[in-house]
Write a protein that binds this ligand. Structure first.
Ligand SMILES: [Zn+2]
Ligand SMILES: [Zn+2]
Length: 276
């Protein structure tokens, strides 16, 4: 059996043990994870080589990951910028036109290489502690990138209940909870998905905007009114889903939406995935 699959099964076992421990309280969960650390060898989530006990990546992969995370990005759409291209609030050549309803983007890196591999591992192999690390890194990125910004609410980009049922893991919801705790801000769930839509990644770029139109609604507008909101998602491709979610929040009275994502699919890859 490939090592990654073994690691995935090990992670699912870790997840099952951790879930049981959560019911018994935080102390029990921590103890259970330490026991699992002793029983299972630590394997790098990217290259599958052995690594330090309790760590999720080997030193080489940490170096590669941090190299990706330090790449500059466009603050309006989140696309990776060349080293010599200035980050401008009026956008870059890759920005969609018209510009999206969210005002700015904070991201960890491009959806490629080590970061892409890690996000897929979190999504499909439930690498819970790796997701916690990524969430902490994104929290630090928000604080470092926008040190003078005042936010009122952290809010996940909602997944339709049918997709949550089939996928089981809702990364946006888990990331939002970690970020809200890290920034000591309230976590909001007022934004809801009212329509099940085809998966954006499987659609041509031209159909993505219409696919998500009217997909969201706000319940409990009083908390939204005048609020500066951090909308959290795991990955953004063209930004169409986050754009529609932001439009819904602004119509409900939010003053501003900032998009925070683990990764942005850079435009060349987004076009490739849509067959354009
Ligand atoms: Zn590695
Ligand atoms: Zn841009």
């Amino acid at each position: 059996m490939p090592l990654l699959h073994q690691q995935g099964e090990a992670a699912i076992r870790v997840s099952a043990i951790a879930s049981a421990a959560r019911a018994a309280g935080r102390i029990g969960r921590t103890c259970a994870l330490h026991v699992v650390d002793l029983l299972l060898p630590s394997v790098c989530a990217i290259c599958e080589s052995r690594c330090e006990a309790g760590d999720q990546l080997c030193p080489e992969c940490w170096t590669r990951l941090l190299g990706e995370v330090s790449k500059p990005w466009c603050p309006r759409c989140g696309s990776t910028l060349g080293e010599m291209v200035p980050a401008r609030m009026d956008g870059c050549v890759s920005c969609p036109q018209p510009l999206p309803c969210f005002e700015q983007v904070v991201r960890l890196g491009p959806y490629a290489g080590p970061l892409g591999a890690l996000i897929r591992a979190c999504k499909f192999y439930r690498q819970e502690r790796m997701l916690d690390r990524l969430a902490a890194m994104l929290t630090e990125a928000i604080a470092a990138r926008l040190p003078n910004e005042f936010f009122d609410l952290i809010m996940p980009a909602p997944m339709h209940w049918r997709r949550r049922l089939s996928r089981g893991e809702d990364l946006a919801r888990r990331l939002s909870a970690s970020i809200a705790a890290g920034l000591k801000l309230p976590l909001g769930h007022e934004l809801v998905r009212i329509r099940h839509t085809a998966q954006q990644a499987r659609l041509p770029r031209t159909r993505r905007l219409t696919n998500v139109k009217g997909a969201f609604a706000v319940r409990g507008k009083s908390t939204i009114a005048g609020a500066s909101i951090v909308l959290v998602d795991d990955v953004t491709t063209t930004g169409a889903t986050a754009d529609e979610a932001s439009r819904t929040l602004l119509k409900a009275g939010a003053s501003k939406v900032t998009l925070a994502v683990l990764a942005k699919v850079d435009p060349a890859r987004a076009y490739a995935s849509s067959g354009i």
